[in-house]
Design a protein around this ligand. Structure first.
Ligand SMILES: N[C@@H](CCC(=O)N[C@@H](CS)C(=O)NCC(=O)O)C(=O)O
Length: 218
């Protein structure tokens, strides 16, 4: 991969950027990992705000192209590395469902969780229906097969396995067996385990750096 094609993932441990990291590993993608320490303000530094003006992770650069938003990053890298066999490509009968369920994550699932946790009732005009409907349709889809679209794992399963792993832990979704079994199965993959292990190290480093900064060090 030339420098014009270089991939860099802007990431912080213990965040949804972990999913993008796992996914790049699953795809066998060559990339640089740019680790940011939220506790020392690196997400809001001018350098990083030039990449993502929201100061949020993940972000991915590919040469001069900048991609933010977890779902967009997952779709982008899935299409970039079809040889990994994890991407329902254009023409694949699963492609429509793939785009649907990836978009559902950002457009329906996440707003439903946020409204619920803030005690907002969006009413009947809600773009996602209701929280309960979102949970029901997701549980129904996951109950059909080992993976979202049958017997073959895709990028969407890496994404949703991670989403459910974190949201179950935060008690934002009901602990239905269809969710817990799926999340545990996906998070047990070696790629997740490697990233989780490395994040323990990184988080300890970040805490030490924040403590040093607070006590007047660099
Ligand atoms: N819609 C964005 C949300 C990104 C987001 O909220 N990232 C969190 C980490 S999970 C973050 O960067 N938080 C740092 C902050 O808000 O300062 C996406 O899906 O990528």
């Amino acid at each position: 991969m030339s420098s014009a094609d270089k991939l860099t993932l802007y990431y912080m441990p213990g965040s949804r950027a972990s999913t993008a990291r796992v996914l790049l590993d699953e795809l066998g993608a060559p990339y640089d990992l740019h680790v940011l320490n939220m506790r020392t303000g690196e997400l809001k530094s001018p350098d990083y705000l030039a990449i993502n003006p929201l100061g949020k992770v993940p972000a991915l650069t590919h040469g001069d192209t900048v991609v933010t938003e977890s779902v967009a990053i997952a779709l982008y890298v899935g299409d970039l590395f079809p040889q990994a066999g994890l991407t329902p490509a254009i023409g694949d009968p699963r492609r429509g469902a793939y785009l649907r369920w990836m978009t559902f994550s950002a457009a329906c699932f996440e707003p439903a969780l946020i409204d619920k946790s803030l005690g907002h009732d969006p009413g009947s005009q809600s773009p996602y229906g209701s929280y309960d409907q979102v949970m029901e349709v997701l549980a129904d889809q996951l109950g059909k097969a080992p993976y979202l679209f049958g017997d073959r794992i895709t990028v969407a399963d890496i994404h949703w396995g991670s989403v459910l792993y974190w949201t179950l832990m935060l008690k934002l979704v009901p602990d239905l067996p269809v969710f817990t079994d799926y999340a545990e199965r996906i998070a047990a993959r070696p790629s997740f385990q490697r990233v989780f292990k490395d994040e323990v190290r990184l988080q300890a480093e970040h805490e030490a750096a924040a403590a040093a900064k607070a006590s007047g060090g660099t």
